[in-house]
Design a protein around this ligand. Structure first.
Ligand SMILES: *Cc1c(COP(=O)(O)O)cnc(C)c1O
Length: 426
């Protein structure tokens, strides 16, 4: 059996929606993007949603809109995909990395210690789809002793009057916060990624959710940012295509990061089926939970706690008391059985570019621990019971091959077999 890590979900309804776009004569940003924005808006409860061509480009644009100046700081977790920090650098800021907690998410105490007069934004990441504690983060940036130190240096920063919270919700479309709210509605700005490996995809894409407080007008902001995503051109391609609509102006330094309709069609069809697909993910996730709960060496990933529920994007299993090398060895053994795995994530301070900037993994012990013990298992809607059982069996088998207790001789180690696994029965 071969089990890919995260194949895209493409059924007839997705294909038909794309074909419909191809036949419509309109390929780039137009009616399908509008429809996708409306769908994401009603699904997430965000006040406005603007689609762009990636999470990364959307984050760069939002940080440029915020008006970062040289040396301005943006707090990010050390444990995330590199895009979270790269967007800050592209927008002219400096990422300040903070260690994680045991739930993989950024440490709130770490955020508190990292805030300075130069802090302009915080980008928490809903790791694996499990939401961060946004009420606590909002409470923190509103504390009088924190807020007096906020030093606005752009019109947007003056208008906001505090540190901006931008949720990296790349993983967490459909996750639940505060028992009923969905992610996308809970922070000033939240950005979903619609990249090919995410729960809902447009091949490449991102959706910016806007929930700015008064005196911001989110609808006016949507119009402004839509223009900014199209070179700050006063007329988009659709408006220009109308008879006599050729004249336009360029009113600022924008970016060219709009999402084409061909891409939006994929996401539009997937989103219609998403509630059903999410339940399928959850089913697989819970099967893993039931299986690994039998082993005291397995640490189950966070899924439901304090009114929060994950989007079941990743199953981030951790193995107690193993080294990074042993984890790597486990993955090699499992790969031989043609089960494809991943590790989310290599902490940024371990990557060459960030090391060269002076970040040091020794400053982020929990991030390193989470990373060194982590294996992400496949958890997508197309997975059958048989596939799930095969993955579980491969993990258990690899664990007992790798985690040899030094005191046991090689001979007795070979004899040692995995406990009987009743959960494998149909
Ligand atoms: C995928 C991902 C991104 C980047 O998304 P793109 O749409 O590929 O730019 C950002 N942050 C996290 C945590 C991600 O997993």
């Amino acid at each position: 059996m071969q089990i890919p890590f995260s194949p895209p979900y493409i059924d007839d309804s997705v294909i038909n929606e794309v074909v419909d776009t191809l036949k419509s004569g309109w390929l780039t940003t137009g009616p399908k993007v509008k429809a996708l924005e409306q769908e994401i808006r009603s699904y997430s409860g965000a006040r406005q949603v603007l689609c762009v061509n990636s999470w990364t480009s959307g984050a760069i644009m939002m940080l440029r809109w915020l008006g970062l100046k040289d040396g301005d700081e943006v707090i990010v977790p050390a444990y995330t995909y590199c895009a979270t920090a790269l967007a800050v650098i592209h927008a002219g800021g400096r990422p300040v990395m903070v260690d994680s907690g045991e739930d993989f998410n950024i440490s709130i105490e770490g955020i508190r210690r990292a805030i300075t007069e130069r802090t302009k934004a915080i980008i928490p990441v809903d790791l694996a789809g499990f939401p961060c504690d946004y009420d606590e983060i909002m409470k923190l940036v509103r504390e009088p002793e924190i807020n007096v130190r906020f030093h606005a240096t752009s019109p947007v920063q003056h208008k906001l009057g505090r540190i901006l919270i931008l949720n990296d919700a790349a993983h967490s479309l459909g996750a639940i916060y505060n028992s009923y709210k969905r992610t996308g509605a809970e922070t000033d700005v939240a950005i979903f990624s619609l990249h090919a490996v995410k729960n809902v995809t447009t091949a490449e894409g991102g959706a910016i959710c806007l929930n700015l407080p008064e005196p911001f007008d989110n609808e006016a902001l949507y119009t402004e940012l839509r223009m900014m995503s199209l070179n700050c051109q006063t007329k988009d391609a659709l408006a220009k295509s109308k008879a006599g609509g050729w004249r336009y102006d360029i009113v600022g330094l924008g970016m060219k990061i709009n999402l084409p309709d061909v891409n939006a069609a994929i996401g539009l069809a997937e989103l219609r089926e998403y509630p059903k697909l999410l339940l399928k993910r959850k089913r697989t996730f819970l099967k893993y939970n039931r299986a690994f709960a039998n082993f005291d060496w397995a640490i189950l990933p966070p899924s439901e706690a304090k009114g929060k529920e994950t989007s079941y994007h990743l199953y981030a299993l951790r193995i107690k008391n193993i080294t990074e090398e042993q984890r790597d060895e486990m993955i090699d053994i499992i790969t031989l059985r043609r089960v494809y795995l991943n590790v989310h994530f290599i902490p940024m301070p371990m990557l060459t570019f960030f090391k060269e900037q002076g970040y040091d993994i020794n400053d982020y012990p929990q991030a390193y621990k989470n990373f060194s013990q982590e294996i992400s298992l496949p958890v997508y809607p197309q997975m059958t019971d048989e596939m799930v059982a095969y993955v579980i069996d491969s993990i258990v088998d690899a664990y007992y091959k790798v985690a040899k207790v030094p005191k046991i001789s090689t001979a007795s180690c070979k004899e040692k077999s995995a406990p009987k696994m009743e959960f494998l029965a149909p």
